[in-house]
Design a binder for this molecule. Structure first.
Ligand code: ATP
Ligand code: MG
Length: 216
């Protein structure tokens, strides 16, 4: 569980990247993205925050949060700068990004500078997010290019909705990785290999628990 010591003055000047997602399952696209953001923005930590019951995915079948949390933990184990937080899973009812960001924005002197790392597909929806204006005040967004999504027009739209907030969204180009969790779930369901699309311990976890294999 990621923890920031409220009484530790050393925390001042710290910058933390938050990466929210369903992580059903986590894959190399998420990890490459987080690592690139960590390096480019000189982040001290990246905290992966798996959703509980995702508000935007109502009605869709989502794997139990416990499985998604454990797979995420296995995936980040080898990176000393990566952590996982269960804050969204622990909340009752759907957790919104604003609640998560508020959770990490506590303290006075010790507030870390917060960055929210998100894929291009997700940032395009930001104006539908709860309290998005406050969200843009509390953290800086790192929007990562993702195959199939264009961010060219995004900044213009951002300026219309939230004038003066352009500087709160940075666009980050990363090597294109067309992998998605949907793609992995589909491959497992078809009995196809997912080797190298996700870290090996995650691949083994999926096998051991029979995840994504159609039942009945
Ligand atoms: P699904 O196919 O189930 O929607 P996903 O692969 O999109 O899964 P999510 O858990 O929905 O994964 O994504 C979490 C965050 O990671 C989102 O901000 C998403 O845009 C980003 N992301 C996912 N895959 C990639 C990728 N290949 N490259 C860059 N960003 C990605
Ligand atoms: Mg997605």
């Amino acid at each position: 569980m990621f923890f920031i010591n409220r009484n530790n003055n050393n925390a001042a000047g710290m910058s933390v990247g938050l990466m929210g997602g369903t992580f059903d399952p986590i894959h190399m696209g998420h990890l490459v993205t987080a690592e690139e953001a960590r390096q480019q923005f000189d982040l001290n930590y990246v905290v992966f925050v798996p959703t509980g019951m995702p508000p935007h995915k109502d009605g869709e079948q989502v794997t139990l949060p416990e499985h998604r949390y454990l797979m995420t933990t296995l995936a980040v184990m080898s990176n000393p700068s990566f952590y996982v937080s269960s804050v969204e899973m622990d909340s009752e009812g759907p957790a919104y990004t604003i609640d998560t960001v508020r959770h990490f924005s506590f303290g006075e002197k010790e507030i870390p500078e917060l960055f929210f790392i998100t894929g291009a597909d997700a940032i395009l929806d930001i104006f539908t997010w709860k309290d998005y204006e406050e969200l843009l005040r509390l953290c800086t967004f790192i929007a990562v290019s993702r195959p199939g999504y264009s961010l060219e027009k995004f900044r213009e739209t951002l300026d219309k909705h939230c004038p003066g907030m352009k500087h709160k969204v940075h666009l980050l180009e990363i090597p294109a990785l067309a992998v998605s969790s949907t793609f992995i779930r589909e491959r497992v369901a078809l009995g196809k290999t997912i080797k190298y699309l996700t870290p090996e311990p995650v691949e083994q976890y999926i096998k051991k628990h029979g995840l994504y294999v159609p039942t009945g």
